[in-house]
Design a protein around this ligand. Structure first.
Ligand code: NAD
Length: 363
């Protein structure tokens, strides 16, 4: 396994391989870029088939966080962590404490939060070993209720407003009544998105590899259950990937029919070329790190002690960011993913330039 020459290395500042013999923890922490601030990104737990798979995932996710925070206008850098193991059976307090110790050893260069396979209980366990964690304590929501620090409701809201903007752009409609949406993965974000869509009058098709999650969407929201493999070929208006990355690839593109692709999953495109191909086939793709920035925005305001109203306003601003991306892509003929990358890079490069200015001596 190479690291410096890995195709996804992309100038990472630091990659930490973590192993704790007694708890069996195997994890990787990747810090991509701290130009805009400390590297903040979730800690995922997944039963990766190999160390290579875990490394590839964490490097891609970490770089995505740099672009995501930059595009969302946050003073945060990009980083991510992955724990190798089954999130349903592989957790112990000792393992989580060991992970907390590794996060702490980085002295705040990396700040962790919940991600796929982790949530508030895991953040609480980390918090017993490090202060560089967000999402361990409850907070007040916009409606005055007390909720956990889990940012996924904000992610779901951001995806919903972003999806609505994509539908407006591609299908020319504001009313979502009767809109047909297929959601891949009804976990924390997918189910939250499904609830927003149901409230707006949409019709839902859902799949998940965890049967209980499908069952909940069917019973609570009247969603139609489909088998995971069948989700791509449905004759729907929107395909919302809310499970894992890499699902927009040469194979799935053959069956994909939805004119709009708008969902929460990170790293949806298997490669940059797939983004171009989507545009060529007239699918409007909402770039993943633009539409799913609600979670990082939420976590940012938890970190600085911002109000629920600030979080809500900033999350809803995702629609405007997407509108700018869609409009620029439409006028330049480029793919939406290329345009989003450029917008995010522009802000980063601008900041690099500012940091490289010689400091004037104070008189
Ligand atoms: P989650 O683990 O709660 O939900 C993911 C769901 O997808 C689970 O129910 C899982 O069983 C299902 N799944 C996994 N593989 C599948 C497959 N091949 N087909 C169908 N279903 C499958 O995670 P989440 O927090 O809802 O996050 C979902 C996605 O959104 C992830 O890619 C995550 O990185 C991304 N994301 C999440 C947040 C957040 O705030 N939680 C923020 C930004 C991005």
């Amino acid at each position: 396994m190479s690291v410096f020459t890995h195709p996804d290395f992309d100038h990472h500042e630091q990659v930490v391989f973590c192993h704790d013999r007694s708890s069996g923890l195997r994890a990787i922490i990747a810090i991509h870029d701290t130009t805009l601030g400390p590297a903040l990104g979730g800690c995922r737990m997944f039963p990766y088939g190999s160390d290579d798979e875990a490394l590839r995932d964490v490097l891609r996710l970490s770089r995505g966080m740099t672009l995501k925070s930059s595009l969302a206008g946050l003073k945060l850098g990009g980083g991510k962590a992955v724990m190798i193991g089954d999130p349903h059976t592989g957790k112990s307090q000792a393992l989580l404490h060991a992970m907390g110790d590794f996060v702490d050893s980085l002295g705040g260069r990396y700040i962790t939060a919940a991600d796929s396979g982790t949530g508030e209980p895991e953040m609480q366990a980390f918090a017993q070993r490090t202060r560089h964690v967000i999402g361990a304590t409850p907070r007040t929501m916009l409606d005055g209720t007390i909720a956990s620090g889990d940012p996924s409701p904000s992610t779901a809201l951001g995806v919903f407003v972003g999806l609505r903007e994509a539908v407006r752009q591609r299908l020319g409609r504001d009313d979502l009544t009767g809109l047909k949406v297929a959601i891949q993965g009804v976990g924390h974000v997918g189910l939250g998105l499904a609830r927003h869509l149901k409230e707006a009058g949409a019709e839902l098709w859902v799949c998940d590899i965890f049967d209980a999650n499908v069952q909940q969407a069917v019973e609570e929201l009247g969603a139609n259950a489909v088998r995971p493999h069948d989700i791509y070929g449905l004759d729907v208006d929107v395909f919302a990937p809310c499970a894992m990355g890499g699902i927009l690839n040469a194979e799935t593109l053959q069956s994909l029919r939805a004119p709009v692709i708008a969902g929460a999953a990170n790293n949806q495109l298997a490669s940059t070329e797939i983004g171009v191909e989507l545009q060529r086939r007239n699918h409007l793709y909402a770039p993943d790190y633009a539409i799913n920035a609600g979670g990082i925005i939420d976590v940012y305001y938890q970190r600085i002690g911002g109000s629920p109203a600030q979080t809500d306003t900033h999350v809803r601003g995702i629609a405007e960011t997407l509108r700018e991306i869609f409009e620029r892509a439409a006028s330049s003929g480029e793919s939406t993913s290329v345009v989003a990358d450029r917008l995010a890079q522009e802000r980063l490069v601008g900041q690099h330039a500012v940091q490289k200015q010689p400091q004037r001596l104070q008189a």
